[in-house]
Design a protein around this ligand. Structure first.
Ligand code: Z15
Length: 835
């Protein structure tokens, strides 16, 4: 059915076009209209929540106008699009971001004030969109912001989880998980009940001969689950481009079958079927850097991949182009191996549905700039493997295709390396273990034209370790690096408005927010007294804001003049929060051993921790417990007073990061060398004028290259030495650092309570080979903290370091990442509006 309005009637449409609000008066009108109609309230019962809702609806309306025009333009121009497939999008709050990106925050502020509200209170009403665990999900969110801001025709595809990452409560020092039900009112999504895809599971495969006498596979039976699209507008900064994040929600296919059940009185089982379908998009798996191989997780992956590809193919087919042109119209980026089934699904569509020959289909699937695969970790426990039996059961046709892909791949490897039998076993997509497993990373490499790591060290490591054989097979050009970045809009302009304004006043405009390299002009000002004073004042004000938050949430008073030392990120042994807390205990013992006169000379510190532990990660939970136990002793010790405070901030998330990052003096990025692929919070802290203490790992290395060795505190063993050290722990004699041994003794005395609880953490270092090199790095860590203290005493010099570091952070904008992907991997161009 042709839905387009005929030419003679279009005049009426144009006359009645919706106009976006431009002034605070017009904005107020929109807010009141939404309060009175959309929300069915009035000025007599408009609380802050209602004012938030109405404000968001007013902005959503505005975004939708731009969104429509962006989509029309992209359809009309029919240029190549980028599809970013990610199981996680850690978006945080949308309202503040929307106001800033469309340049209407001041307008809204005035309007809200006129209606009796403070804008900060209204912004604070919003529940974070927390559809992610940590770095991987936040990276996807930063990329969406950059793609829209740079006018790229791009879509995000993900799952609309009913429950995002759990809310963390700390009860008696222990983490307790509470469900995060965030959808009761979400003004930022548009349900598209008309955009659905039927997704098939289970069933069996039959070979049949078609009319042309060809043998084809038919996947039949099983069950159908319906994917419903929910669209979230993604506004670019200072551009009308508004892209789309499409999230799929699962529901039962209420077909005839159900109806029969219903009529035959089998109400319960038809309800059960509906519930089973809905569980697919029910909950985000709360593991970061860990794959547990659960059937429901594989169901989520296929459900999301099948719906997204169907949608992408449907859009491509509207252009009536030949299949050969598919790689010229479509670039698909796989955010980790989670969407790897997309490779198999596209091959299936091409051969089983579209009737293409295998070879032609595979040429299209593996075409240049079709699939790109981003690897985010080398940790073996995070590499996805699925039991062959499970794939066979859930996706019987896909398993056949995987076996065929593998067969042709291994045949070509055998031709290439006729004398090497072992290489076939090593690179096979199927691991010949008990049970047999499908190695998703191998499948992703074989099906993609480019594979990238997320920081230089990490990209080198994957080439020399886990994917070494594939470099031999495909040559080094299939492997590349794109060092991660962050969006300066959220992580500077939004989180630290005063610093952003100070910088803008010195650089003459806000252009640096879209061309972060312009920050380098700040270096000319490092000797400007007035500028340095303002810089220091802003940091202090941000610390006062955090101190206030700490007081409200923990009851602890912290001195904003103390050195704020922050480690906020997921709790993981490889990230080594245990090293940090052992260091804190060492500091405590050192202070306790001093005379009051000596103590007076010490620099006060506030040690701040935050982060979630995966619910099943027992050791990570013990680490949280130890941090809290140390805090309750240290914070109440009268000998210590302000000299040391230890805090664990509950429920670390994106909106809390926006308060914490601008308030740090020093932050900790102290993973065992070679384990943190990149890290991105390191960038957020430095961009906000904090310095970092870190190991030579991930992006820390490139941060050092950019900011200079004088403006960062590096310590610890290098990645190249880790293997030998581990070997020595297990096979040589393993002695513990004497200062660390004293820390252990103190814990074992019961100074921090529950000796039993903490014994496993100590045993991991003393008795189980100290896999994460806590003891090896301890001395260097403590010594480097002494350097931090010393440097901080010279406030004048510290501010110079802070300014210099910020001035040199231009490289770490996610805009730079997007240009690198667009150029080197996707082969796409921006599509700005031509006015
Ligand atoms: C995750 O957050 C990261 C890697 C993973 O394999 C998974 Cl499953 C989750 C992180 C890395 O640990 C971090 O170093 C990196 O900065 C981030 O992805 C984004 O690339």
């Amino acid at each position: 059915v042709e839905a387009s309005i005929p030419e003679p009637q279009r005049e009426a449409w144009k006359r009645n076009q919706t106009a976006a609000f431009k002034s605070s008066d017009e904005f107020e009108k929109e807010v009141v209209r939404h309060v009175e109609t959309s929300l069915a309230r009035s000025m007599f019962n408009c609380d802050e929540k209602a004012a938030y809702s109405a404000t968001s609806l007013a902005f959503r309306d505005r975004l939708i106008l731009d969104w429509n025009k962006t989509q029309q333009r992209q359809t009309y121009r029919d240029s190549k699009r980028v599809y970013y497939l990610s199981l996680e999008f850690l978006m945080g709050r949308a309202l503040d971001n929307a106001m800033l990106n469309v340049g209407m925050k001041d307008t809204a502020k005035a309007g809200l004030a006129d209606l009796g509200f403070r804008i900060e209170d209204i912004i604070g009403q919003e529940h974070d969109a927390a559809l992610g665990n940590g770095g991987l999900g936040r990276l996807a969110a930063c990329f969406l912001d950059s793609l829209a801001s740079l006018d790229f025709p791009a879509w995000g595809y993900g799952l609309r989880y009913r429950y995002g990452i759990f809310k963390q409560e700390i009860i008696d020092g222990y983490q307790v998980e509470v469900p995060d039900y965030w959808l009761d009112f979400n003004p930022w999504e548009f349900p598209r009940h008309d955009v659905t895809v039927d997704v098939q599971f289970f069933g069996s495969v039959k070979k049949v001969t078609n009319e042309e006498g060809k043998s084809v596979a038919v996947w039949e039976g099983g069950e159908i689950v319906v994917a419903v699209a929910y669209d979230v507008p993604i506004p670019g900064y200072d551009t009308p481009t508004t892209n789309n994040l499409r999230l799929w929600s699962s529901k039962a296919s209420g077909g005839e079958f159900d109806f029969q059940k219903f009529n035959s009185g089998d109400y319960e089982s038809s309800v059960a079927e509906q519930q089973r379908a809905e569980t697919i998009s029910n909950v985000l798996y709360p593991n970061d850097n860990l794959e547990r191989g659960k059937e429901l997780r594989l169901k989520q992956q296929y459900f999301w991949v099948a719906a997204s590809l169907y949608d992408i193919v449907r859009r491509f087919k509207k252009s009536k182009r030949a299949w050969r042109e598919f790689p010229e119209q479509v670039a698909i980026q796989l955010n980790d191996t989670h969407p790897t089934l997309a490779i198999v699904e596209l091959q299936r569509i091409l051969i089983d549905v579209e009737g293409l020959e295998w070879d032609l289909a595979w040429e299209i699937v593996t075409g240049t700039s079709q699939f790109g695969y981003t690897n985010h970790t080398v940790l073996p426990e995070a590499l996805e493997k699925w039991p062959v039996g499970l794939v066979q059961h859930l996706l019987p046709r896909h398993l056949q295709i995987i076996y065929d892909i593998n067969l042709f791949f291994l045949q070509s490897v055998e031709k290439q390396f006729p004398d090497d039998r072992d290489i076939l076993t090593r690179v096979s997509i199927i691991e010949e273990s008990q049970p047999k497993m499908v190695r998703m990373a191998h499948l992703a490499i074989v099906g993609s034209h480019k594979v990238n790591g997320v920081a230089e060290l990490h990209s080198d490591l994957i080439k020399t370790t886990i994917f070494k054989d594939f470099v031999e097979i495909y040559g080094p050009d299939r492997f590349t690096n794109v060092t991660n970045g962050i969006t300066p809009r959220r992580w500077l302009h939004q989180a630290n408005p005063r610093l952003s304004e100070l910088i803008a006043s010195k650089l003459g405009s806000h252009e640096f927010l879209k061309d972060l390299s312009q920050l380098n002009k700040l270096e000319l000002l490092v000797q400007d007294k007035e500028f340095k004073k303002e810089w220091a004042e802003i940091k202090f004000a941000n610390k006062v804001r955090l101190a206030k938050y700490i007081k409200e949430t923990t009851g602890v008073n912290v001195n904003p003049s103390a050195l704020f030392d922050v480690q906020v990120k997921r709790i993981h042994e490889y990230k080594r929060q245990q090293l940090n807390i052992f260091g804190v205990i060492h500091r405590y013992l050192t202070l306790k051993a001093m005379t009051p006169a000596e103590r007076k000379k010490q620099l006060p510190r506030v040690s701040i921790f935050g982060g979630k532990a995966a619910p099943g990660y027992w050791m990570a939970k013990q680490i949280i417990h130890l941090i809290n136990a140390v805090g309750s002793v240290v914070n109440n010790d009268e000998d210590i007073g302000d000299l040391l405070k230890v805090l664990f901030l509950e429920d670390y998330n994106v909106s809390k990061a926006e308060i914490i990052c601008p308030a740090s003096d020093i932050s900790e990025h102290i993973s065992t060398a070679g384990t943190e692929a990149s890290g991105t919070s390191n960038m957020k802290f430095v961009l906000n004028g904090g310095l970092i203490i870190g190991t030579c790992d991930g992006a820390n290395i490139e941060i050092t290259r950019e900011v200079g060795e004088n403006n960062i505190f590096l310590f610890g063993n290098l990645a190249e030495d880790v293997e030998d050290l581990r070997h020595a722990h297990t096979y040589g004699s393993h002695t513990i650092d004497p200062d660390l041994a004293k820390v252990f003794e103190e814990i074992q005395k019961g100074t921090f309570g529950s000796v039993h609880d903490f014994s496993a953490m100590i045993a991991a270092v003393k008795d189980h080979g100290d896999y994460y090199l806590v003891s090896d790095d301890f001395h260097s860590y403590i010594e480097t903290h002494k350097l931090v203290d010393e440097a901080y005493r010279d406030q004048e010099q510290w501010v110079v370091k802070s300014i210099t570091a910020v001035a040199r952070m231009g490289f770490f904008s996610s805009d730079r990442c997007i240009y690198e992907y667009a150029d080197g991997i996707w082969n796409v161009e921006p599509l700005p509006r031509r006015d």
